[in-house]
Design a protein around this ligand. Structure first.
Ligand code: IPM
Ligand code: MG
Length: 361
């Protein structure tokens, strides 16, 4: 039985960048003995327009049935005024929750060719290889109760609940320790234990787990300091583990260390390794449809998909090497082009990765 990959292009630049990732998948199928079926479905604002809901039943069913999911991006200003339940972002949150994708891996790797593209000095970021492990199905994103209500004095108030069960902390902690074991063996848990009880429990659980991973060196850092350290001396980190919202924020900061948020892939995994793969950037409505978006984060998400869900580490490495090759050759989309450097289009970048894959066979 062949593997099934669900492809959900989504909104904004999503369809353009996913199209390039599909060229890479097609090349792997044609030339590298990779066997998989691809099936497409709508998600986000595009799905709302066509089917009245950002996550149609058929899309969720396909995502459940697939071995892995490749997603572009969702969202756009035209849908910001919709009631919350119908907004594109809800599709993403529902996919994460429904599929139990609690472990979000966001690697921030600086390609040496792009050291000059970072807004930080090259010596601060060169050689950066950091993995952020973000809890993805709990915390303040999902805690109940939540809402906007009117108080007795007539004022409205908005409220959300930051909540983590010990079990939720333990399972993301174990994922992070296991990843640190396979890397440099250093894990930094990021919390706000000086203020939040939820973080106090988080820290306690991480400390308890550390006993099971004697080969991993665990440290703790408050999130405000972690944000500062990320831009001061990011190479001090190997693996960071943190809650849903802290991870959302820190991973955007980490992305920028690498020159462009257009370079960073992500994997969201369930307990058995099934996953959804997406670039960490958003739908970039301001540049959608212009053919200028960087498809490399999505192409690198394909590499993660091959490695984590399909057990195809060798193919994953080939895709990553092909990306390195096109950067070596000096190809740059606008987001990673230096001042005065000629930028290539989205599809030229995708074609170049395919050509590099083919040349390496
Ligand atoms: C991300 C995004 C999402 C999040 C949004 C689009 C809901 O920012 O994947 O980082 O906050 O998780
Ligand atoms: Mg985010």
């Amino acid at each position: 039985m062949s593997l099934k990959i669900a492809i959900l292009p989504g909104d904004g630049i999503g369809p353009e960048i996913v199209a390039e990732a599909e060229k890479v998948l097609a090349e792997l199928r044609a030339g590298c003995g990779f066997d998989a079926e691809f099936e497409h479905a709508r998600v986000g604002g595009t799905a709302y327009e066509a089917e009245g809901h950002p996550l149609p039943d058929a899309t969720l069913a396909l995502a459940r049935a697939a071995d892995a999911i490749l997603l572009g991006s969702v969202g756009g200003p035209q849908w910001d005024g919709l009631e919350r339940a119908l907004r594109p972002e809800q599709a993403l949150l529902a996919l994460r929750a429904e599929l139990g994708l609690f472990a979000n891996l966001r690697p921030a790797i600086l390609y040496p060719q792009l050291a000059g593209a970072s807004t930080l000095k090259a010596e601060i970021v060169s050689g950066l290889d950091l993995m952020i492990v973000r809890e993805l199905t709990g915390g303040i994103y999902f805690g109940q109760p939540r809402g906007i209500r009117r108080r007795d004095d007539g004022q409205r108030e908005g409220f959300n609940t930051l909540l983590y069960s010990e079990h939720e902390i333990e399972r993301i902690g174990r994922s992070a320790f296991a990843i640190a074991q396979k890397r440099a063996g250093r894990l930094c848990s990021v919390d706000k234990a000086n203020v939040l009880e939820c973080s106090e429990l988080w820290r306690e659980v991480m400390n308890r787990l550390a006993g099971d991973y004697p080969d991993v060196e665990l440290s703790h850092m408050y999130v405000d300091n972690a944000a500062m350290q990320l831009v001061r001396a990011p190479k001090q980190f190997d693996v960071m583990v943190t809650s849903n919202m802290f991870g959302d924020i820190l991973s955007d900061a980490a992305a920028m260390l690498t020159g462009s948020i257009g370079m960073l892939p992500s994997a969201s995994l369930d307990a058995s390794g099934k996953g959804m793969y997406e670039p960490i950037h958003g739908s970039a409505p301001d540049i959608a449809g212009q053919g200028v978006a960087n498809p490399l984060a999505t192409i690198l998400s394909v590499a993660m998909l091959l490695r984590y869900s399909l057990d195809e580490a060798a193919l994953a490495s080939r895709v990553e090497t092909a990306v390195g090759d096109v950067l070596d050759r000096g190809l740059r989309t606008a987001d990673i082009a230096a001042a005065g450097e000629q930028a290539v289009s989205t599809s030229a970048m995708g074609d170049a990765v395919v050509a590099a894959l083919r040349a390496a066979q």
